[in-house]
Design a protein around this ligand. Structure first.
Ligand SMILES: Cc1cc2nc3c(=O)[nH]c(=O)nc-3n(C[C@H](O)[C@H](O)[C@H](O)COP(=O)(O)O)c2cc1C
Length: 202
């Protein structure tokens, strides 16, 4: 396994996947990483629906919206669709608001766990829940929060320095560039507005 900090730095959202299956055992293990994430008051309102059946995958795919800034250029190309999905569900009988923090922690566990074994992912909240809810046979008590699309990467997006716009873009070769605000911009030292010494390296 790679050094954990390098793994976090390397992670980029992946929207083009190789046509290779992700083993069911690995998907089950990733759901377990979601299960083990921090949970406010330890209420554990989340459940994880793993999808790898072809027909169900097609249904899930039809309910997703990809890369809104560059639509439709960011959609997975035919043959490069995700190999599987983990759908994060909220049991609203346990908690029906304030669960989003739990979702964030669980999703990142799944995303980084997947990446540690070479599996890329895209976390999606642009989901047609009305269509997907009945197709997945969800009871009324359970709500779809978000979907994590998974598969072996078929693209290598690059981080770019922020220069006024948060919008990611694709270059003429189809490579995705993702601007990130600078560390100086988003950090403060002891007091708001006081910056770290510029020669301090990470
Ligand atoms: C809560 C959340 C929801 C997201 N929803 C979508 C989505 O619906 N569709 C999509 O293509 N990407 C989605 N993304 C991925 C973001 O577009 C992506 O994280 C962002 O562009 C930064 O790129 P990076 O993940 O490579 O750093 C989502 C990310 C987060 C954290």
């Amino acid at each position: 396994m790679e050094d954990f900090i390098s793994l976090i730095r390397k992670r980029r959202t992946i929207r083009q996947f190789q046509p290779a299956e992700v083993p069911l055992e690995l998907l089950y293990q990733l759901a377990d990483l979601g299960r083990l994430a921090p949970s406010a008051s330890n209420l554990q309102p989340l459940e994880f629906l793993v999808v790898n059946d072809d027909q169900v995958k097609r249904k899930v795919f039809s309910c997703l919206r990809w890369a809104a800034y560059i639509n439709p250029a960011g959609d997975p190309k035919p043959g490069q669709e995700p190999a599987a999905y983990i759908i994060i569900l909220v049991n609203t009988q346990i908690r029906n608001k304030g669960f989003e923090y739990d979702v964030g922690a669980a999703a990142e566990n799944i995303i980084l766990g997947a990446l540690s074994v070479g599996v890329g992912s895209c976390w999606l909240i642009s989901v047609d829940r009305e269509q997907l809810q009945p197709a997945l046979r969800l009871p009324d008590s359970h709500r779809i929060d978000s979907v994590i699309a998974l598969g072996y990467p078929a693209e290598q997006p690059l981080v770019e320095e922020f220069s006024g716009s948060v919008k990611y873009w694709k270059d003429e070769k189809g490579c995705l560039h993702v601007p990130k605000r600078s560390l100086q911009q988003v950090t403060h030292w002891n007091f708001y507005g006081q910056k770290f010494p510029p020669d301090l390296k990470v």
